[in-house]
Design a protein around this ligand. Structure first.
Ligand SMILES: CC(C)(COP(=O)(O)OP(=O)(O)OC[C@H]1O[C@@H](n2cnc3c(N)ncnc32)[C@H](O)[C@@H]1OP(=O)(O)O)[C@@H](O)C(=O)NCCC(=O)NCCS
Length: 212
């Protein structure tokens, strides 16, 4: 069969195994029922077609969870995840209760039928266009499914809605998974905090521009 000539619109190219289309209309993170169907290719692809597809390290499964703002009913689960996910600097129930009520904070949770999968806490400061991601964690059973990535996207969207142009965060220098997460999502290291955590660990400071 002769190779198909001409440009094939990325939109019309079915998803290939191991590749993610840059076409956002097929973005599985858009909701619980977002389609992640991986079709067997029916067309032959030219090199040009393949260059318009972005490689990914794994195939995104269907989103079987939802992200929403946390409520007082989530407090027990939030505190339990806090204890399980961190070895130091735990947020207390009292702090969560305060943040849930505060105008200058947002707590988001990722939930499925089994309960809490992950959470993220972001702060806004009056008169500042810099939001601060204070905490993010995903339950052991749910790691590696893109939940932190989806929570961060939600937090960044909330920050933009607050008029914030940048997001900043601190991360322990001995936390390679979190460092990889932030760098993967476009955060860049700009400073260091020595002995930032209660256990004496040093932190890197990261920033991402949210609006050009
Ligand atoms: C860090 C953490 C939030 C990641 O959650 P997660 O839902 O597993 O992360 P995701 O599946 O969304 O991963 C997104 C990206 O982060 C990076 N990443 C996440 N976990 C990683 C790991 N263990 N090793 C290397 N890279 C990792 C990858 O680049 C990944 O993108 P990819 O899958 O396309 O390669 C989770 O491991 C966690 O809760 N850790 C304990 C709490 C913590 O350290 N929080 C951060 C405090 S600053």
């Amino acid at each position: 069969m002769a190779e198909r000539a001409g440009v094939v619109e990325a939109r019309s190219v079915p998803q290939l195994r191991g590749f993610a289309s840059t076409d956002k209309s097929n973005d599985w993170r858009r909701g619980r029922t977002g389609s992640a169907a991986v079709h067997e290719p029916e067309l032959r692809y030219t090199t040009g077609d393949l260059l318009r597809l972005k490689p990914v390290s794994r195939i995104a499964p269907p989103a079987d969870y939802a992200i929403r703002r946390a409520t007082a009913g989530d407090l027990d689960a939030l505190v339990a995840l806090e204890q399980a996910a961190f070895t130091t600097d735990h947020l207390s129930r009292r702090q969560y209760t305060k943040h849930l009520r505060s105008d200058s904070a947002r707590v988001f949770v990722a939930m499925d039928e089994g309960g809490l999968l992950g959470k993220a806490l972001v702060f806004f400061h009056k008169g500042s266009d810099i939001a601060r991601l204070y905490s993010i964690a995903v339950a052991d059973r749910a790691r590696g499914r893109g939940i932190a990535k989806a929570l961060l996207a939600k937090v960044e969207q909330a920050a933009r809605s607050h008029g914030c142009r940048r997001m900043r965060l601190e991360v322990s220098q001995s936390n390679p998974s979190a460092i990889a997460l932030y760098e993967r999502l476009g955060y860049h290291r700009f400073a260091e905090h020595r002995e930032y955590y209660e256990n004496g660990e040093h932190a890197w400071r990261y920033e991402k521009r949210l609006i050009d």
